[in-house]
Design a protein around this ligand. Structure first.
Ligand code: TYD
Ligand code: MG
Length: 456
């Protein structure tokens, strides 16, 4: 028998190498190489709007605009994130950490979508009994959701051909396998080929499909990036498992904008939409305590008030600790450096911890000033002025820069009964960080109960 040809594949980025190595030269991850048998990719992904036989291009002005048909799930928050409902025949990936609520969400979504047609829920992780238990907990009782517990894609295909569902849920891509590919379920080859297989099948039959994908420890979808290119939309579930808020984000959407978020609350009977997340995120805020700042972020087109907390405490070890949850650690280092230089705080002698409450991950630079203010407030042991909310990017020379959609932020801040902290001074110039921190932090009153500023 001819020897099988194998290749070593990085399970983090999909890089291929003929030899094993400890560190992936592409993504720098350690211990991610797994030997896989080389198999010819059997599936070419085809999109319904791509015509392989056409060679003649069309002038852009002559292409007629077709409105995509959409299913409204009536879970309003989700419909908005999806760009006005799920597009008929589209394939979406729903990613998130284990236990965050992906299966719960998709079962609730299945119930809503089952009004339009049959849903085939393929579970390769849980038994039909477990799914039925969850359905009872969610008070779902429609015969229009069919459950199939199977992880062999060839058999799943047969079932799809027989049942002809309108909607398909695959839970999850990491646990199903194609029998002709020899590597284990969850490997890069299986995940990639499996997604291509499902996408092909769904596109050829016009089935609207949702695929669950687990994320690895860095928060990206396990498997190569190519997975994200195959599907039409990628949604991500985020949140703190210690808290009950869950945030659904569109990371990619061929039929809508990305960056939109939906906020849910995990309750006894499943996920509930949160209509005013700003109030919700601030509900447990400690009032009048140093280190707590209200920040107005913009996620997609939605302004959201969040609490930023910082704790500055004397360093225990010679290298001070810097920990950031919800913001980029590099960004935190820059902010700390600017605070040291411009305000003269000896932060090299202090540990600094920053947290965005509620498990929200912030990518926009407008979080800089709120973070700097929270650190300053904790360092000085003085609270930030009551009821102000802030935003603003910090430049390396200590200036605060304006950010996008300021008007919208100010409106949201005022709507919730707070006051927007102006980034401009009397001369209509942007404030410097030094000036802004001084103005935003409560003046110490005589005999005030605030603790003394910490000295190194
Ligand atoms: P699940 O949907 O199984 O997560 P995933 O598919 O992403 O792994 O959700 C798991 C958690 O949600 C579990 O800890 C229990 C909790 N939960 C509720 O709090 N309320 C509910 O109604 C349901 C169904 C689950
Ligand atoms: Mg699950």
């Amino acid at each position: 028998m001819a020897k099988k040809k194998t290749v070593y594949v990085c399970q983090s980025c999909g890089y291929k190498s003929p030899t094993w190595s400890g560190k992936c030269p592409e993504c720098g991850e350690w211990g991610t190489f797994v030997e896989e048998v080389i198999s010819k990719p059997t599936n070419k992904v085809s999109f319904s709007w791509i015509n392989a036989s056409s060679e003649k291009p069309t002038p852009i002005t002559e292409i007629s605009e077709t409105e995509k048909e959409r299913y409204l799930s009536r879970i309003e928050e989700f419909d908005r994130v999806a760009g006005g409902g799920v597009v008929k025949g589209s394939v979406s990936l729903l990613s998130g950490e284990p236990g965050i609520g992906k299966s719960t969400f998709l079962l609730q979504l299945s119930e809503k979508l089952s009004n339009y047609g049959k849903v085939l829920y393929v579970s390769a992780e849980e038994s039909p009994q477990q799914i039925s238990m969850r359905a009872r907990r969610l008070e779902i009782s429609t015969p229009n959701i069919l459950v199939l517990a199977n992880n062999n894609l060839e058999e799943i295909k047969k079932s799809i051909e027989k049942e002809k569902p309108t909607f398909l849920v695959i839970d999850s891509i990491q646990t199903i396998y194609l029998p002709h590919i020899e590597s284990a379920a969850g490997s890069v080859s299986q995940v990639r080929e499996g997604t291509a297989f499902i996408t092909n099948l769904s596109k050829s039959k016009g089935i609207t499909t949702f695929i669950v994908g687990h994320v690895n420890k860095e928060g990206s979808i396990a498997g190569p990036k190519v997975l994200e290119h195959i599907v039409d939309a990628v949604y991500q579930f985020e949140g703190d498992r210690g808290h009950n808020f869950r945030i659904l984000k569109a990371l990619k959407n061929r039929f809508g904008s990305t960056g939109e978020i939906a906020v849910f609350q995990m309750e006894e009977k499943g996920l509930k939409e949160v209509k005013n997340p700003s109030l919700f995120f601030l509900s447990e805020r400690p009032v009048g305590k140093p280190g707590s700042v209200i920040y107005c972020s913009i996620e997609g087109t939605r302004p959201l008030l969040l609490e930023v907390q910082a704790l500055v405490s004397r360093a225990v070890f010679s290298t001070p600790q810097r920990r950031a949850k919800g913001i980029d650690a590099n960004r935190l280092s820059i902010i700390i450096a600017v605070l040291e230089k411009e305000l003269g705080y000896p932060l090299r002698n202090f540990d600094v911890f920053v947290n965005i409450i509620g498990g929200v991950k912030i990518k926009e630079p407008a979080v800089d000033f709120p973070v700097a203010l929270a650190i300053a407030s904790s360092y000085l042991g003085k609270p930030v002025k009551k009821d102000i909310a802030v935003f603003g990017e910090i430049g390396l020379s200590g200036e605060i820069r304006s950010v996008r959609l300021e008007e919208m932020r100010i409106k949201e801040i005022e709507k919730n009964g707070f006051q927007a902290f102006s980034l401009q001074n009397k001369n209509n110039k942007l404030k410097l960080l030094k000036e802004a921190v001084k103005l935003a932090i409560e003046e110490q009153q005589n005999g005030g109960s605030y603790r003394k500023p910490v000295k190194p």
